[in-house]
Design a protein. Sequence first.
Length: 156
Amino acid sequence: MKERDGSGAHKVRQVEAIASGTVIDHIPAAMTLKVVNLLAEVEDQVFVGINLRSSRVGRKGVVKIAGRELPERTVSSLALIAPQATISIIRDYEVIAKYQVPMPDVFADIARCDNPNCVTNHERWPTRMEVVLRDPLTVRCTYCERTFAANELSLI
Ligand SMILES: [Zn+2]
């Protein structure tokens, strides 16, 4: 994506500004499209930047969802794939709230269980992963009780 000036603003803007909605910034570049899949709904207007320069995470992704303010509960699913992301809520082009991805106690139906024998891979049961360790993020399947490093899991 080409860089462009934010119409005289002092800061260079790498992705189109949105008038209102939610901005997810500082996503590891490789996770950007997974974030879109996880959070955006079919009708959403979404702006995506991938492999943007970032002093914090090297190359990053940015996802902007126009017109919807995502609640903290919804973005907590990002803790699995982009725990260092920041969330900004925008109204009238102003940031009215900014927060880090909250760590949930449970990831409900977000990641597949990596145990091929687990009941969730045979029946259409929603998966449930409890957080047992935050750093490095480690989760335990409620059904088969196996533990996994979060970065080993594939998303549903
Ligand atoms: Zn399991």
